[in-house]
Design a protein around this ligand. Structure first.
Ligand SMILES: Cc1cc2nc3c(=O)[nH]c(=O)nc-3n(C[C@H](O)[C@H](O)[C@H](O)COP(=O)(O)O)c2cc1C
Length: 460
């Protein structure tokens, strides 16, 4: 059996996401990097040379002037990834698209196209949109409640996957002599009528060499975890400590097993901040200076509003108890995150000012230290089943370079990361099985293809 290796993702948010209002001041980050395709190509290639599994493009579609720099002005994920597809050869290309404000047919078509353009390297990060204001950009008065958000998400993904299987892999003989382009017995329509979507199908696109794009999922609530365990091949999350990582990892794998899945077929990739120094103390000092440079109390008060549906916290007395009534504005936003913040304030009896200060307090990343310290810790988390891989934000390019130049060679020497790509698809490199076409499988096994959630039985 081959040794389990650490998976690597690179998150490309050049001018800085939430909590990083000033990382764009770094001399190595051009002010327009978030809309400059050459910047993305450069870092995708660097990650590819370092044998990363994937680049990851986060996304949102609602901003206020208080949004972080990268969010204020950024490229649409699938357009961006299509450009990266022709500028790279091996690295996986994962983009975020919301199930709340898209229809399954156009999602299936766009990701199916990216999968063909990239020759089997596409991945879809399924989100339900935390920013409640997005609804206003899609002809709706308000965002869906959680039950609807996650109900739509499950049905949406299942319909997309079914559309991707419209053609069996041998559907196109393309036999010029016989003048036969298509074998119609290998083309399958959908006729889906569910709770949220009606889709006749079929999709007008064949499958790629990995069968279907890889499905990732990010969402931390009970519903979010359940959705991930049920439909995802990979999970993006946060893991502040080893213990928290193990608890989340175990929870996801247990839920996946309860859905009859092999827990090894789903990879858990928390986001991680990595800081490398000449000594452990030096690394902690770099980490502290980096966090201080991003620290801006006024901006933090504004940004606190985001999980609460961009509620305006500047209207409150900073020295009064934390306004717990604000949680109501989070109900259709990032509720899990907002609830954690509110509970923290209540448990510790904090004022609004103290809550913001507590959130802003320097966070000691477990992956800060010399190259050996960081390598040791990553290996401990991998061996201890706190993760299958990590997603590294390319926040400060010099630090990313140190990770590539100093940490990865140690891990490679130990066999913890790959020396070269094993396969020519994202699925293959992540160790996730090829997605066999459901109709091919059903006819081979003499059974009916699996029904979709919310779908009416065939006889109705
Ligand atoms: C690690 C992580 C990454 C996420 N990335 C995005 C994103 O890029 N775009 C987005 O609209 N929502 C993103 N979300 C939000 C989720 O899709 C979801 O709407 C939100 O977390 C609220 O659901 P929850 O309470 O289940 O976590 C992310 C969530 C997590 C936990």
């Amino acid at each position: 059996m081959t040794k389990r290796q650490l998976k690597l993702g690179a998150v490309l948010t050049p001018t800085g996401g939430p909590g990083h209002p000033y990382s764009w001041l770094d001399p190595e980050i051009p002010g327009d990097a978030s809309v400059d395709i050459d910047w993305y190509i450069r870092y995708a290639r660097l990650a590819e040379q370092a044998r990363f599994d994937l680049v990851f493009i986060v996304d949102s579609q609602f901003i206020t002037p208080s949004s972080p720099p990268h969010y204020l002005n950024r490229l649409e994920p699938l357009t961006l990834l299509s450009a990266l597809a022709v500028a790279t050869e091996h690295i996986g290309l994962v983009g975020t698209l919301t199930t709340s404000f898209n229809q399954p047919f156009n999602v299936a078509r766009r990701f199916g196209s990216l999968d063909l353009i990239s020759k089997g390297r596409a991945g879809w990060n399924v989100v339900t949109s935390g920013d409640a204001g997005t609804a206003g950009n899609y002809s709706l008065d308000e965002h869906y409640d959680y039950a609807t958000r996650y109900g739509r998400a499950l049905e949406h993904v299942e319909v997309v996957k079914a559309l991707w299987d419209s053609y069996e892999d041998d559907a196109f003989p393309r036999d010029k002599q016989a003048r036969t382009f298509l074998d119609p017995s290998k083309l399958h329509t959908l006729d889906h009528r569910g709770d949220y979507f009606s889709v006749v199908g079929p999709l007008n696109l064949e499958r790629s060499r990995q069968g279907q794009p890889v499905i990732f999922q990010a969402g931390d609530s009970e519903q979010g975890r359940d959705l991930g365990a049920r439909i995802a091949d990979g999970i993006f999350t946060h893991a502040p400590t080893f213990e928290a990582g193990v608890a989340f990892y175990t929870d996801i794998k247990t839920r996946a097993a309860a859905y009859g899945r092999d827990p090894e077929d789903i990879v858990v990739l928390p986001g991680a901040s990595v800081t490398v120094g000449d000594t452990d103390a030096d690394a902690r000092e770099i980490e502290r200076a980096t966090q201080l440079a991003d620290n801006d109390f006024g901006k933090s008060v504004e940004e606190l509003g985001r999980p609460f549906g961009w509620h305006d916290f500047t209207q409150y007395d900073l020295d009064a108890p934390f306004p717990t009534s604000a949680l109501q504005y989070a109900e259709r936003s990032f509720y899990t995150q907002a609830k954690k913040i509110t509970e923290l304030a209540v448990e510790r009896g904090l004022t609004l000012r103290q809550t913001v200060e507590a959130l802003n307090a320097p966070k000691l990343s477990p992956f800060t230290g010399t190259a050996v310290t960081v390598a040791d810790e990553l290996q401990r988390w991998l061996d201890g089943r706190a993760l299958d891989g990590i997603n590294i934000h390319i926040g400060h390019p010099a630090q990313f370079q140190r990770f590539v130049d100093e940490v990865l060679p140690i891990l490679r020497e130990r066999g913890v990361v790959r020396a070269d790509y094993e396969e020519n698809t994202l699925r293959g490199n992540l160790g996730i099985p090829f997605a066999e076409n459901r109709h091919t499988r059903a006819s081979r096994d003499g059974i009916a293809p699996p029904p979709l959630p919310g779908a009416l039985p065939a006889s109705v």
